[in-house]
Design a binder for this molecule. Sequence first.
Ligand code: A3P
Length: 335
Amino acid sequence: MLSSQSLSITNESKQDSEYNKICEDYKHMLKTLPKGNGWRVQHLYNYNGFWLDSDTLKTNMILNTYFKTQPTDIFLASFMKTGTTWLKALMFSIINRHRYTFSDHYLHHHGPQSTFPLIDSEIYPVNDFTHINAPRLFATHYARDILPLCMTSCKFVYICRDPKDVLTSKWIFMSKLRSKDLTPLLLGEAFELFCQGVSEYGPYWEHVLSYWRASLESPDKILFMKYEDMKKQPKVELKKLAAFLGNPFTLEEVEKGVVEEIVRLCSFENLSKLEVNKKGVERFGKLVEVEKRDFFRKGEIGDWRNYLSKEMKDRIDGIFDEKLKGSGLVLTSRD
Ligand code: A3P
């Protein structure tokens, strides 16, 4: 019989060999997968239908081998620039509403990014998150189709947004992060890439559809939200979100104005003016540093009008109408 020490050595060497195998497969993939132009770094790789940069590709492979879910885990899934920061703040505030007062809240001292981890940028298997209390919250930008299978039995909140605002917001954001070794990405180039689906975690339409279809199949497991609905009727959407998370607001809380307090705390106007969100950087993985203030730009519906021409608008609307035809989902604003 193996002693516990030799068992742990056996497990470790099994893990090492698994890890080495992933690294080998990853190197092979970088040489063989279709390549496209990146927005932040030079290349994206088409991995099972989705465009990822080399780091998020490797993390995805590692996650698929190592990530272990717990039945109570809840994931926030989103395409970049669709409202992740906002939803992080809201989900954290709902789940933890008995731990903080609204006059001295965690979010007054820490940015929304720090509320729970983005698994796409974590280092595995070093960080296994077993120290986090249940229910554990995680964020991810990966499309549903390339998530580890074990995750798909957990609850998901998905947020989407009009593609024209996503393109505009993402182009501005990625231009700030773009490697200085590369020539700047012009809006026209970003537009063409976006229309071809070549954009980190994209195509955007496939990303949305992957969660939309799953939400139709399992509405109790996936809450599908829209940025525009959140802006137009935040209290209604917040109540839906709280109920889905298993923490519905009580009548007493509603009467005491807790819903309004959370909406106000997590509003763009409030978060963007807090000192903690104006200074310093947020680190994602080893290499990516983002100025905290860059997570808060305008927070409006329809700012694309200041960037996209009528022809660009018509082309994007046409592409998304076509791709989403028959799905029952409309993403593009009609006005
Ligand atoms: P804009 O660039 O259009 O202003 P993400 O968090 O997924 O990166 O999305 C960022 C977008 O959400 C940015 O959009 C940002 O300004 C906006 N945003 C950030 N916090 C917000 C909030 N509390 N309420 C509404 N929008 C917010």
